[in-house]
Ligand binder design. Structure first.
Ligand SMILES: [Zn+2]
Length: 188
């Protein structure tokens, strides 16, 4: 089974609660755009894909680009795409200390792990920012590019933090398909 927790670049709608009614059409369009290629074994509820022929037109590697089209055994390949849509909002973050910020005052808040714990116990809880005193939900915290939320997630595995970014053409394509704006962040 492909390793879903490898370092990855994640694309998701800007509205974290966004749910796309036609998931199969999204996959078909990404296949037609040659962003994804052959389907690999699934992992949990993630559908996994090889890279499509035009993948490198849609993602820019900063620094040295890895060998991404390899003949390696598909089970062990490092770079692949996984896509899923979840019933509940998911959270992912990079292993470097994420600068979680209050959605109101944008000051960093080191209590985020506690908020995360609360959220896993009850998604409805609100927190109170120790700096501005305003209330917010954990899923409203701001992470810059070091973490994020979403129900509909496109993950590109095998990408170290900040080493690749989606091209505008890909973000535009996703927006055209789903009729909502997309953002990206890194997780590991
Ligand atoms: Zn605040």
């Amino acid at each position: 089974m492909p390793n879903l927790n490898s370092p990855r670049l994640i694309l998701s709608p800007e509205k974290t609660n966004f749910y796309f009614s036609d998931f199969e059409r999204l996959l078909a369009q990404l296949l037609a755009a040659e962003f994804i290629g052959k389907e690999l074994d699934s992992a949990g509820n993630y559908r996994c894909f090889d890279l499509g022929e035009s993948f490198l037109h849609q993602i820019t590697f900063l620094g040295c680009s890895p060998t991404i089209y390899s003949d390696a055994d598909p089970e062990n390949r490092d770079i692949f795409v996984s896509i899923a849509q979840h019933d509940l909002i998911q959270f992912a973050h990079s292993s470097s200390m994420p600068p979680a910020r209050c959605p109101h005052c944008h000051k960093t808040d080191s209590n985020w792990q506690q908020y995360f714990q609360h959220w896993t116990e009850s998604a409805e809880l609100t927190e109170t920012c120790p700096q501005c005193g305003k209330k917010f939900h954990f899923t409203e915290m701001k992470w810059k590019k070091n973490g994020g939320y979403g129900r509909l997630l496109i993950q590109i595995h095998g990408i170290q933090e900040q080493l690749a970014i989606p091209n505008q053409i890909l973000l535009d394509e996703l927006e055209k398909i789903t009729n909502t704006r997309w953002v990206y962040f890194f997780a590991s």
